[in-house]
Design a protein. Structure first.
Length: 81
């Protein structure tokens, strides 16, 4: 389903069509609505280029959960570290 953003809106935001697409993809990723790969596809960028766009906006690439931390601690405990 195409989404149309009026040229005036992009102009007001100071964005080209391409920049607007990247911005939307980054913000949807930040909100947890898109995965890294989905965001890159929406932005029409490689994964690495999308990661660079996220980093430029100070958006964390990885968001570990409490469960991730607990799993890491269990693994370290099993390794005796």
């Amino acid at each position: 389903m195409p989404v149309l953003i009026p040229d005036e809106t992009l102009f007001e935001a100071g964005l080209s069509e391409r920049e607007g697409l990247v911005e939307i993809a980054c913000r949807l990723f930040e909100a947890g609505k898109l995965t890294l790969w989905s965001g890159a596809r929406l932005a029409q960028l490689s994964r690495v280029a999308f990661e660079q766009e996220l980093q430029a906006r100070h958006i964390a690439l990885y968001r570990p959960t409490v469960a991730d931390l607990e799993a890491d601690l269990r693994a370290l405990d099993q390794l005796g570290i």
